[in-house]
Design a protein around this ligand. Sequence first.
Ligand code: NAX
Length: 430
Amino acid sequence: MRSAEAAAPVALSELMERAGQSLAEAALRFAGPVPALLLCGPGNNGGDGFVAARYLHQREVEVRVAALGEAQTDLARAARAAWGGAIEPIEDAAPAPLVIDCLFGTGLKRGLEDAVSERLSGLVKSAQWAVAADLPSGVEADSGGLLSQVPAFDLTVSFGALKPAHRLMPAMARMGRVVLADIGITADGPWFEIGEPALPPVAPDAHKYSRGLVHCLTGEMPGAMALAASAAARSGAGYVRVSTSAPIAGLPRSVVQVGDAPLADPRIGCLLVGPGLGKLPQLLTLALTSHRPKVIDAEAIGHVGDPARLKGQDAVITPHSGEFATLFGELPGSKAEQALAAAAASGAVVVYKGADTLVAAPDGRLGFAPPAPAWLATAGTGDVLAGMIAALRARGMPAFEAACAGVWLHGRAAERAGPYMIADDLLEWL
Ligand SMILES: NC(=O)C1=CN([C@@H]2O[C@H](COP(=O)(O)OP(=O)(O)OC[C@H]3O[C@@H](n4cnc5c(N)ncnc54)[C@H](O)[C@@H]3O)[C@@H](O)[C@H]2O)[C@@H](O)CC1
């Protein structure tokens, strides 16, 4: 982001002008023309606040500005001078219906002093609308960590590009709605927010194999594979086959249950191993001897042992944090950096699950899932996701795209299924 700012074809002062104007417009359009209090810090985030105050005043909004010390950059000093109105010390600032936090943005180096963060929290909580400029103060931009207490905002206006913190927990949960203001910077990073997928069409001459055969290896807990296989069938695979030593109850009749089947079968579009696997590492080994694309989920991830075993496997792995740590150990950096390092070490596409699910590819691509409902945190939803990704892979989507599409669709299905859903209910919404 900073290099994009430095390379921008417009002066930095113009970028700040655009940022402040965007902030003012967004706040006005969301909250209406209610009295506003801008909290301005010493850096350029504070400068954005002074610019926004000027625009809100021009739009005849009743505006007060409270500052945290003196401006410390030339841009912020100029913006403060151009504001020209009164400036209160932040400790004396009275509450307002609209509070706009411009204390710190991407330049935050350490947590806010206790008195400042408590003041910020108090003003935010008493406001009808709380808006953050670029990032809520106290959030670390790259990791999504909280360096001090951060209250919950209604709206965050990000400038130029989303920062990782906009999509990483715990910061993500404090942002409210996130809107992105284009201030004239091109920030073409390798990461993006996962959007609605373009799914492969069904060819007029399609047959069940060409639409994708998913072959599932069942373990000790067949219920989990019943969920995963059903999800694969409901996600457009032409044929879902489950190898199992005993009949599995609850599978759609269209899902074929077999004993053994050759895994080298070139018609297999994707193998699925892991849901309900239990202590049967030999099934993972069997899957790894096949040269077919594969989704490796749940306990199978723990059986991998060495990430290098996945090199050349054309695999998607879908760990939650515990499974991730089992396979990759404690990696340094943010969740995004850890996922990218894991993808590079294993050569697999890594779906690192959680409230802030992200998808990392070995070539450095990184997709952040849009926020999904917290009620996905219930048993079996991971099995459903694994089955969905396997089906999309079998339908011919490349591994990274199939993983991103599965994650996006899974979140939207949960939104429709509602707060008291169980994993089985998701199947109705695929
Ligand atoms: N650089 C640019 O061209 C643009 C920057 N913009 C804004 O500028 C922000 C980044 O500005 P800055 O780099 O000045 O950073 P900030 O405004 O986030 O704050 C940095 C200042 O705060 C001090 N500081 C950091 N942590 C502190 C703490 N815990 N307690 C007290 N002081 C602390 C630093 O020493 C520095 O003086 C962005 O988030 C965005 O809002 C926008 O105006 C768009 C253009």
